[in-house]
Write a protein that binds this ligand. Structure first.
Ligand code: UDP
Length: 327
């Protein structure tokens, strides 16, 4: 299939592009490189373009004979979304409408959409199923929720089929080390812990150790980015064959605390990682753990890298390789 991959120069998008090529598809990447990287574009076909440019979108969709769209492009910093909500409402929501409208004009009615567990806000029960009430507590999660809701109306009115995938904590790197995580600024726990292991930062700060969790630190469900990538291919197959829209959690169905992650990183890197205990970070729910049974049963998704030490190990190998490449 010819697949338009928006945000294909980003972290999860570039892993999807690799998986899609491996499965025999032809991904066409569209990315404005505002947070993505040219080196992360693994597809032959690349457009340095912005979703805001509706005319360009239509041009690409028709010229490249696009049959499906996998839409990763978005801003994804929770803290930034609280400080600068207009950026998120425009880039994530308004620009997604432009994409949807361009798709409809060009007759493309198959979409895989990157959503997030941030749509749940502070969940009432753990593990979180797809039926959990959607009460996002930051503009980032709200934009994803708006899009999910919008898509329901686009399906009933225009026949646009979509699968929304709600990611838990994407982590790790391509086991072949063709791509990996690189954010500027980096805010995610695992790369920051590894930077401390590499001596590139003095210590890792634990954001709150007084939560009502077994060791007082927040618990998250880390899922390997290559497993996320495969889930998109399965979702695409499902959408093309069953023709049914749907929403799926993608996580590991288990949680790891911040302290556990640091301990795993110590053993993976054989480094003594200095830690400082800091204040809670605003907007952090204490525990986010998925129930991803729906994706496993309906899509046949089976994550291959469930062990947190394997996930951290791949991230570590990638960090070393990126350093050697001067990235
Ligand atoms: N965290 C931390 N120190 C850091 C970065 C993150 O203690 O320097 C914690 C954060 O509070 C959260 C967990 O690590 O409980 C995962 O945070 P991350 O930003 O990686 O992902 P999020 O769950 O916010 O999407």
């Amino acid at each position: 299939m010819n697949i338009l991959v928006t945000g294909g120069a980003g972290y999860i998008g570039s892993h999807f592009v690799k998986a899609a090529i491996g499965a025999g598809h032809r991904p066409v990447v569209l990315d404005n490189l505002s947070t993505g990287h040219r080196w992360a574009v693994l597809a032959e076909d690349f457009y340095d373009a912005d979703l805001a440019d509706g005319a360009k979108l239509k041009d690409i969709l028709s010229k490249e004979r696009i049959e499906a769209v996998v839409h990763f492009a978005a801003n994804a910093y929770v803290g930034e979304s609280i400080e600068n909500p207009t950026k998120y409402f425009n880039n994530n929501y308004v620009n997604t409408l432009k994409l949807l409208d361009a798709m409809l004009e060009c007759g493309v009615r198959t979409l895989i959409f990157s959503s997030t567990c941030a749509v749940y806000g502070i969940p009432g029960s753990i593990p979180i199923t797809e039926d959990e009430p959607k009460k996002p507590i930051n503009p980032y999660g709200l934009t994803k929720h708006f899009i999910e809701e919008t898509l329901k109306w686009y399906e009933s009115a225009y026949g646009l089929n979509c699968i929304a995938l709600r990611y838990f904590n994407a982590a790790g790197a391509d086991p072949g080390l063709d791509t990996g995580e690189m954010h500027d600024p980096e805010t995610h726990l695992i790369p920051l812990v590894l930077e401390a292991a590499a001596g590139r930062r003095e210590f890792i700060e634990i954001f709150g150790a007084d939560y009502d969790t077994p060791d007082g630190t927040c618990v998250r469900d880390y899922i390997h980015v290559s497993d996320l990538a495969v889930a998109h291919l399965l979702a695409l197959d499902y959408l093309m064959t069953a023709g049914k829209s749907g929403t799926f959690n993608l996580g590991g169905n288990r949680g790891h605390s911040v302290r556990e992650v640091i301990d795993v990183a110590r053993s993976v890197t054989s480094s003594d990682i200095p830690v400082r205990q800091g204040q809670r970070r605003p907007g952090d729910p204490p525990v986010l753990v998925s129930d991803s049974t729906h994706a496993r049963q309906t899509l046949g998704w089976e994550p291959g890298y469930e062990d947190i030490s394997v996930i951290v190990g791949h991230a570590w190998q990638w960090m070393k390789k990126a350093g050697e490449m001067g990235l």
